[in-house]
Design a binder for this molecule. Structure first.
Ligand code: TLP
Length: 345
């Protein structure tokens, strides 16, 4: 990459292997189900996550929307975190396009939704009420700093959902980061979920795409909903080829990104103008703040860092988010710390 870009793992460029595989990909018309590379990606992704079938979609946003449209009908309700990406950053698609109402539960600092609050949110049979259809969890939970959600909690939510005839969807945009941090098998982690969408295009470096996985019947309906949204694509094998490399080669190396996040966080904790909670840095993401007396605002500092070729996301006047990924090596972390030290001194 041409810069040290920590604004997100969405900024990752495809690797040389991906570009080569894309150029050489076998293709066909995917709306006819005839693209062999897409078919392979969907089958392998499903197997990897322990589900029956998969659907290649253009983004994480589309994966979540297609899932919600498939689980819920118009006027139905989905129980979801008040800081979930789906609620905060997906343009209100579930309401705007699906007519699905959000029943919000406060996201806890550990990324979970309290079980008793979920239980209370499940509607009883009453002519006045919307029908509760699904629960969504996000893993890792981005708004609390990329915290991974462990299996026992997911199982409890799954059991609660199924006891009430609801489905559990996981926005697993960074589910492989969660599995890496929790040192567990990804299929095992999401066993209780009825559907999971995960991104190929974030830490896994593919240029485009996510995969939604679930039962055969669920994916059959999801495929129709993807088509309705205009997401039926033709020779998408050129994109799926990069996705296969993401799945094969990139999932096992995420620990390196987590180690670099640690390195950065520890370096930041040594800068007197910066506040960071090291215990919360568990995957490839972190939030940190300027002390009130730092003498500079976060947007000003972010601008100054650009002159060092360093890009970090300012969230408000004092807070930043930094995300490590494949293109960030330990030497880049050092560059970032040196640039910060220079600008803050
Ligand atoms: N997150 C992006 C921004 O949209 C905030 C980022 O930089 O973190 N679920 C989660 C948990 C996500 O973090 C994101 C993207 C998505 C879904 C949506 O994925 P895309 O961008 O592919 O639609």
């Amino acid at each position: 990459m041409d810069r040290v870009d920590l604004r997100s793992d969405t900024v990752t460029w495809p690797t040389a292997d991906m570009r080569k595989a894309m150029a050489e990909a076998e293709v066909g018309d995917d709306v006819f189900g005839e693209d062999p590379t897409v078919n392979r990606l969907e089958a392998e992704a499903a197997e990897r996550l322990g589900k029956e079938a998969g659907l290649f979609v253009s983004s994480g946003t589309m994966g979540n929307l297609v899932a919600i449209l498939t689980h819920c009908g118009r006027g139905d309700e989905a129980i979801i975190g008040d800081r979930a990406h789906t609620f905060e950053h997906e343009v209100g698609g579930m309401a705007g396009l699906g007519g699905v109402q959000s029943h919000l539960i406060p996201v806890q600092p550990d990324g979970t939704l309290p079980l008793d609050a979920i239980r209370r949110a499940i509607r009883s049979e009453d002519v006045h009420y919307p029908t509760t259809r699904m629960i969504e969890l996000e893993n890792t939970q981005g708004s609390v700093g990329g915290i991974p959600i462990p299996k026992p909690y997911i199982e409890e939510v799954g059991a609660l959902a199924h006891e009430h005839g609801l489905t559990l969807h996981i926005d697993g945009a960074r589910i492989f980061n969660a599995a890496t941090a929790l040192d567990c098998n990804v299929a095992d982690l999401v066993e209780a979920a009825d559907s999971v969408s995960f991104c190929l295009s974030k830490g896994l470096c593919a240029p485009v795409g996510s995969v939604l996985v679930g039962s055969k019947d669920f994916i059959k309906h999801a495929r129709r909903n993807r088509k309705m949204l205009g997401g039926g694509t033709r020779q998408a094998g050129v994109l799926a080829a990069a996705g296969l490399i993401a799945l094969h080669d990139m999932t096992e190396r995420l620990g390196e990104d987590h180690a670099n996040a640690r390195l950065l966080a520890e370096g930041l904790s040594e800068l007197p103008q910066i506040e960071i909670d090291l215990d919360r840095v568990q995957t490839n993401m972190m939030f940190f703040s300027l002390r009130e007396d730092a003498g500079i605002t976060a947007p000003e500092l972010a601008e100054r860092l650009k002159t060092h070729n360093v890009y970090i996301l300012d969230m408000d006047e004092r807070t930043f988010r930094a995300v490590t990924h494949y293109w960030i090596r330990p030497e880049h972390v050092i560059e970032v710390l040196v640039a910060l030290q220079e600008e803050l001194s």
